[in-house]
Write a protein that binds this ligand. Structure first.
Ligand code: HSE
Length: 310
């Protein structure tokens, strides 16, 4: 079955959702971390997960994030063939850097390419959100949008899907530390309050607005003043060992800001320039090396392309 027309290999990137102040709406795409996936046409109708490497995940399409998003798209099609999906998982599930989003996006992007691109990126995000919902028990697109569009994105609404691409200043670099513990998104959503104080909401929406403005104008000092989260961080930081110590170390090393990557446990920092991002990485490593918890770190430029064909 496999020739160039029937098969496609993809890089599905990791992403950081929330970006401190923008819970469920802001996100950015990473360059150096991601999964590989192969999507292939098959004569048999349906969606089939035929290979998974890296982590132990379900092969039944309706139980697999990549399978569910693929099925959501497939249900809208009138075709006499199906698709096989291979997943080479490098992003640990439950790491906070969009593992489920990468899988959800990879299958629908690959199918769309093999069919000649009948769907646009907004439609792909809508299909992928069905897969994301399987993992987090909630429909949100703040990891999916940057994985598909690249760069920084703002999900203005999911119903109808409305996504804004925000400029990524070329000097912004991300540093990530991933403590090797798992936090399920559903669990870290369950601990959040259902209502927030108006005084906190005012601070938060001022920060979202100013962060978006800072990205448009490459105003790094405004980014520094905006990368703050007074609503979600106080709850979720309790789930992440040494969170405040790592954040302080990153800020002291020169980061513009630091926060919880998505629903954690990864912690991200944004810096101006790669040298500072590397210093931030050293500071995060030095701090975590004093704990008994294994960890990994990454430095990445902002990936403005998003998912791509290999
Ligand atoms: N916005 C989501 C959350 C991202 O923080 O729960 C994680 O999937």
């Amino acid at each position: 079955m496999s020739n160039a027309k029937n098969e496609i290999r993809l890089f599905a990137p990791a992403t950081v959702a929330n970006v401190s102040c923008g819970f469920d709406v802001l996100g950015f795409c990473l360059d150096s971390i991601g999964d590989e996936m192969v999507v292939r046409k098959t004569g048999k109708k349906g969606i089939f997960i035929t290979k998974i490497e890296g982590y132990d995940l379900p092969y039944v399409a309706s139980l697999n994030v990549a399978g569910v998003s693929a099925l959501a798209m497939y249900a809208t099609l009138d075709i006499d063939y199906g698709f096989e999906i291979e997943i080479y998982k490098r992003i640990k599930p439950g790491s906070g850097v969009g593992s489920s989003a990468a899988s959800a996006v990879g299958s629908v992007y690959g199918m769309n390419e093999l069919m000649g691109g009948p769907f646009n990126k907004v439609q792909l995000t809508t299909f992928a959100m069905k897969g994301e919902a399987l993992a987090s028990q909630c429909e949100h697109a703040d990891n999916l949008a940057p994985a598909i569009f690249g760069g920084f994105t703002l999900v203005k609404s999911v119903q109808p899907m409305d996504i804004l691409q925000i400029p990524s200043p070329s000097d912004v670099f991300a540093t990530i530390i991933h403590p090797q513990i798992e936090i399920k998104t559903a669990d870290s959503r369950a601990i959040l309050p259902k209502v927030v104080a108006l005084s906190d909401a005012i601070v938060q929406w001022a920060n979202v607005g100013s962060l978006v403005h800072a990205l448009h104008t490459s105003d790094y000092e405004l980014m520094r003043r905006s990368l703050k989260d007074v609503i979600v961080e106080p709850y979720r930081s309790k789930l992440i060992p040494f969170y405040h110590e790592v954040k302080d170390a990153a800020l002291q090393a020169g980061a513009l800001g630091a926060g919880i990557a998505g629903s954690g446990p990864s912690i991200f920092a944004l810096s101006k320039g790669k040298d500072t991002a590397l210093k931030v990485q050293d500071a995060m490593r030095a701090l975590y090396a004093t704990t008994a918890i294994p960890f990994e770190t990454y430095v990445s430029k902002i990936n403005t392309q998003g998912i791509k064909i290999l």
